[in-house]
Design a protein around this ligand. Sequence first.
Ligand SMILES: N[C@@H](CCC(=O)N[C@@H](CS)C(=O)NCC(=O)O)C(=O)O
Length: 369
Amino acid sequence: MSKQWASRDGSFKRQVSKFQEIISPDHPVFKPAKGRYWLYVSLACPWAHRTLLTRALKGLTSVIGVSVVHWHLDNKGWRFLPIDEATLEMANQKNLYKDKAGGIVGALSDKSSPVGKVPNDSARLFVDGTFDPNEHAQRLSDLYYKADPEYDARFTVPVLWDTKLKAIVSNESAQIIRVLNSGVLDEVAGDEATKLDLVPKELESQIDEFNSWVYDNINNGVYKAGFAESAEIYEKEVTNVFQHLDKVEGILKQKYETLKSKYKGLDEVLSRYFTVGEQLTEADVRLYTTIVRFDPVYVQHFKCNLNTIRDGYPFIHLWLRNLYWNYDAFRHTTDFDHIKLHYTRSHSRINPLGLTPLGPSPDIKPLRD
Ligand SMILES: N[C@@H](CCC(=O)N[C@@H](CS)C(=O)NCC(=O)O)C(=O)O
């Protein structure tokens, strides 16, 4: 497996995830259990964000703990923050990893101050990241090597970790969210399980169809534009991203108009205003993690600047703000500081000086301006 992001022709290639097991009563090894599995995430990463969102939406925050890597990705990969014994005890007492955003209290506060002057080696525990209470790993790579000493690909988040066997269940977000959604952990979650089904049978084929083109052209599309190493590839990819944003805009416009003709108040419309069907599904979760990063990062950093969501896509913008402002799980797992700092400081080929732009301000607009 190649460790390079770009292939010879200068186009971006995402690697195939190596660990792809599931948790199930029928699985020979990975059986459902409370507290046995752990998520290692970055709050900056859109793929990891899917898993945090699903965990929160499903009411699994006390079943699966979370560790958040430092936002700065350096040449050795993701790292955890160091911790002393006293702080570790405090974190255990307060059950900080059970927090919706994985113990990042900063994610819950209103942060309007600019983050640009924060140094890359900043080590504010529970602000810049958290630690690994399981293996006391310093780097995410330590966990990959524990799971497989021969591992030779990239050390990516998210990782769904089995604390009992010290093994990686899966490092593929699309699969992890299906496992969390499957209900296998609902019993051990007890009353906290929401039983929300993000992939209901009757919508499954529509969700899969929507996800497949959104993945290739939007979720991964922004990366293909941003990491392109020639003008030709960049221009092709950025045009493609916007063509598919236009397609989503058309779908949401039609959805909105249909709902508007059936229901009177905006609240009634918004409670059904989703991409597939009239309920929140995995399709919304997977699209959201790209759209919420679009104006703050992808517009400037990945040069996806033919338009912005806030100025050019009123129906996507309304859908985005509805999710962010009306659903705690979306707001609590979205950390604009990690998002902005990570991209602008970690991709030195794209942004060699590592300066973090001040705008846009605000990171996301209010639901009603
Ligand atoms: N297929 C993976 C992709 C995950 C991925 O690309 N994660 C990136 C962050 S956004 C990562 O951890 N990169 C670290 C590296 O390449 O060193 C998934 O969806 O789970």
